[in-house]
Each structure stands twice: as C-alpha cells, then as structure tokens.
Design a protein around this ligand. Structure first.
Ligand SMILES: Nc1ncnc2c1ncn2[C@@H]1O[C@H](COP(=O)(O)OP(=O)(O)OP(=O)(O)O)[C@@H](O)[C@H]1O
Ligand SMILES: Nc1ncnc2c1ncn2[C@@H]1O[C@H](COP(=O)(O)OP(=O)(O)OP(=O)(O)O)[C@@H](O)[C@H]1O
Ligand SMILES: [Mg+2]
Ligand SMILES: [Mg+2]
Lengths: 252, 252
C-alpha cells in the first residue's frame, strides 16, 4: 500500500508546493510510482507541472463533493512514474460547502482508498491554513512532512502545527506520524537561518531531515516553465537537494 | 474618519504581515494616529510587535464573537501613535464558528465603527486565504493594499484576488478600491523579479506603487526583536523603503 504523506504548514510561502512537486518528481525519477494531490485552491502544484488549470473539466473538488471518483480526475505528467490529481480555484468554495457534510474530515481519505494500492507514494500539497482541507489531508495520511523557512515567523507556527497534528492523531487518525521537518530556502550566509535551524534541531532532535534545501533561483524559475526542477535544470543545487531528500526518504 | 486599508493576498509568505506592521509603524512615525488589526490566527503581527500573544486575556476573536468591544482589546505599542488589536491561535476556530452567524461578513466592520473616528489609518493584516476572516476585512475596508512577491506563483493568484475584491465590492462593500500593488522582497539582480514586475505593471498600469520593497535581511530579523524595522535599524534599506511607502500613501 502506498505511503500517504501530507506536505503541510499553515505558515504561508515556506515551500510546501515546491517541496511536494519536486520531491514527488524525484521519487518518480527513482522509479517509485507516485501520486501528487493538489489540495490547495491556489492550484500552484497543478500549474507548476504545466497543466492549464482553468481548462480542466474535473479536479479534486469534484472528488471531495462526491461527483467524481479519484481515478477519473488523475492526470498523467511528463514523468512516467508521476500522476497528478489537479486543483483549481473551484476548490475555494469547498471549505464552506463541506463543513455541513457528515463525513467531512475523511472525504479525501475515503477517495484515496481505491487508488492507494497502485502507488508507492502519495504526496498531498496543503494550503496555508489549518482548516478542513488540511484536516482532510492529515486524516488521510501516514505521515506529515513539514517544510519550514529558517525565519522567525516560520518557527512561531511550528508549535501550533504540531498541536493540530496531535489532535488529528487522537481524534481522526491514530497512525499519523511526522515524516520530518525540512529546512527550505536556507541561506548559509545569514545568521538568522543558522539560529533558527539550531533552535529547531534542539527542540526536535530526531525529526529534522539531514537534507537542507538551499535558496536557489532555479527552484523559483522552474514553475514558470511548467516543469519540476529536475527537468528544468538537473545540475542545479535545487535539483540536487530534492534528489538527495528523495534518497534520504527512500533509504533511511 | 480613519481610512481602513486591508493588507491582503491569499498567496502565502508574500510580505503581508511585514507590510502591515512596518507601514503602520511608518505612518505612526509621521504622527498619523494608526490602528493595526491582526486578523491572522498565526498572530505574527502581534508577536512581531513584541506582545506575548499566549498571555493575552482578550483578542480580536472576542470582538468577532461579540463578547468584547473593540475598545476593550486595543493594546498600546512602543510607538505613541500606533495601537494594536492583537490576535492569537484562538482565532483558528473562528472560521467554522462564525459561518453560521447572521451578519457573518460584517462582524469586523461593525466592531470598527466605534473606534474608526479616533484614527487616521486602520490597517488590517489578513491571513493567507480568501475565507471568512479575509472577507470580513474586505467588507470593512475603504481599500486593499496587495503585497506581491515577484515570483511565478505569486502572479498566478493575483487574478483570483482581484475577482474576490470585485465580488465583495458588488455584494458587501461598494466603496472598496485598490490602494495599490506593492512589490516585496524585490531582488534587482534576478531576471524573474524584473519579468514579473514588468508583467504586473503592464496589466495594472496605474495600480502599482512607485515604492518597491527590496529583499533586506533586517526586515526578517526585526520581528525576532519584537520591533518594527524603524525601531530596529532605522538606517537600513528595509526601513527606508517602508518610510518611502508611507510618504507615497500620505502625499500622492
Ligand atoms: N529553495 C528555494 N529557493 C528559492 N525560491 C524558492 C525555494 N523554495 C520555494 N521558492 C519560491 O518561494 C515562493 C514560495 O514557495 P512555495 O509557493 O512553494 O511555498 P508554499 O508554502 O507552497 O506557499 P503557500 O503557503 O502560498 O502555499 C515561491 O515563489 C517559490 O518559487
Ligand atoms: N523585504 C523583505 N526582505 C527580507 N525578508 C522579508 C521581507 N519581507 C518579508 N520577509 C520575510 O519573509 C517571510 C514572509 O513574510 P511575511 O510573514 O510578512 O509574509 P505573509 O504574507 O504575512 O505570510 P503569511 O501568508 O504566512 O501570512 C517572513 O519570514 C519575513 O520576515
Ligand atoms: Mg503552496
Ligand atoms: Mg502574515
């Protein structure tokens, strides 16, 4: 059965989409069949893979409201071992629309059951919030990968996120663990990055990935070409670091 | 009557909090009585001003659910002309709790009525979403200031945000205009910043501020000292650019 990993952090702009997209592409490059689910109404993962999201006839929204099965909305990508469940702005309405449903926290989990066996990894890109969409992802997951920028505000939110993970484990999903905390946009020349890094490693000694993702311009350029960084510029530091992260997850 | 300006963009990490906090501090430095409202459950604006948010007995949450008047939760800051309405993680529950209320989009607007005359400017820091908290801010505002990073994903979301602003203007608040689009974390050395900048200026020629906020490490260090950047390092480029933005808003 495929391992379901949510990429989550309510702090905005910490590299959730960049991590979900490039880690799943790296796992696919290692020939692990991977499904990437875009659960953010912004649809950045979808457009980051070059898919014109406003022309899609069905997305993850249709799956959550029950009008489509997950298999029906899965899209192929440029990588043979990588499939995508796309999202677009239709998903903005989901938070309010789903709140009244009986099974509102398990909609994604139930939908994933029919495809999970066909993949080795399922990665879910979450929006910058702790509302129903993110709860659906956590309730469906085996683990949570937490990207964090080494900046002051990003550290502040970590406690709240871990609290929400604990609540979800108690009330909705007892198997939920932490896949790891990933430092993103790390700038070795600046003190703040090192200070925050040390602080987080001190509080969560065995949870922080060895791999650190450096700030690398190619990572922010690649989505405008609709490609994961390993297809945009395989030799750059951004691509190397996500391939290294994939190895760390596969072999540690 | 004080001018109410929402600082909003559903894209995460584009500099909403950094802008709301440092622009309001700069307006206060120009002796304009300013109220800063933290409407983000992350409470970054509150902690960025050095306030220990978990010890607060009442916050903006209590105002929205109607158990406190806004006057009762206003806090003084290190700047004489700057007051704060704080937030903390209690606000995470508000989205679901308020959805059922009659007047759910106008809760903030109604609460601000009793204090608006006492301030020249009211700035509202919004969360990275387009849900009820952000709608409350837009419904209460005279205008919206849109921080945007000059990166691919940040540009994608602009259309959706302008659509939401248009809807709010039609359904809830006919006076709502755009205060301006502000480029943040601008890095003149990289092509992407210039390309996105040109693209945005082309689409919205008269809406983009002359002032551009450069990437400046002091802006990300100052919140860890609980101070706006003009009190942390008045001579740095970050402080200069927000003082320039305040001048552009006051005198243009
Ligand atoms: N390591 C990196 N080096 C340089 N730029 C990066 C890096 N990682 C991400 N970025 C850029 O930083 C911005 C924020 O990253 P991203 O959109 O992945 O974060 P997010 O957490 O998904 O944001 P949101 O909270 O809006 O969903 C994007 O413009 C992205 O291209
Ligand atoms: N001009 C700048 N130069 C350098 N760092 C900056 C600048 N503006 C903001 N930052 C840093 O970038 C990060 C994101 O900024 P900020 O938290 O203000 O964005 P936001 O839009 O409020 O995020 P969220 O969507 O989570 O509310 C913060 O760590 C902040 O300190
Ligand atoms: Mg994202
Ligand atoms: Mg913020």
């Amino acid at each position: 059965m495929g391992r379901i990993v949510s990429v989550a952090n309510q702090k905005g702009g910490v590299g959730k989409t960049t991590t979900a997209l490039n880690l799943s592409a790296s796992l696919a490059a290692a020939e692990r069949k991977t499904l990437l689910v875009d659960l953010d109404p912004q649809g950045n993962t979808t457009s980051g893979l070059g898919i014109e999201k406003d022309t899609l006839s069905s997305t993850v929204y249709d799956v959550l409201i029950g009008s489509k099965r997950l298999k029906e909305v899965v899209q192929k990508t440029a990588l043979v071992y990588l499939d995508l469940v796309p999202a677009n702005t239709q998903l903005f309405g989901a938070e309010v629309e789903l709140v009244g449903l009986e099974n509102r926290e398990r909609l994604l989990g139930d939908a994933l059951e029919e495809v999970q066996a066909a993949y080795e990894y399922v990665l879910v890109d979450c929006p910058p919030s702790l509302t129903l969409l993110t709860i659906n992802a956590l309730a469906a997951s085996d683990s949570v990968l937490i990207p964090i920028q080494c900046e002051y505000y990003a550290m502040e939110g970590l406690g709240q996120l871990l609290h929400t993970i604990r609540l979800t484990r108690e009330e909705l999903n007892s198997r939920l663990e932490i896949e790891g905390i990933l430092f993103t946009m790390f700038d070795g020349r600046n003190n703040l990055s090192h200070q925050v890094g040390e602080e987080v490693r001190k509080h969560f000694p065995d949870k922080v990935f060895e791999t650190v993702i450096p700030r690398n311009i190619k990572l922010s350029e690649s989505p405008s070409h609709g490609k994961p960084v390993i297809l945009y510029d395989i030799g750059c530091k951004g691509a190397e670091s996500y391939l290294e992260l994939a190895r760390e997850i596969l072999f540690s």
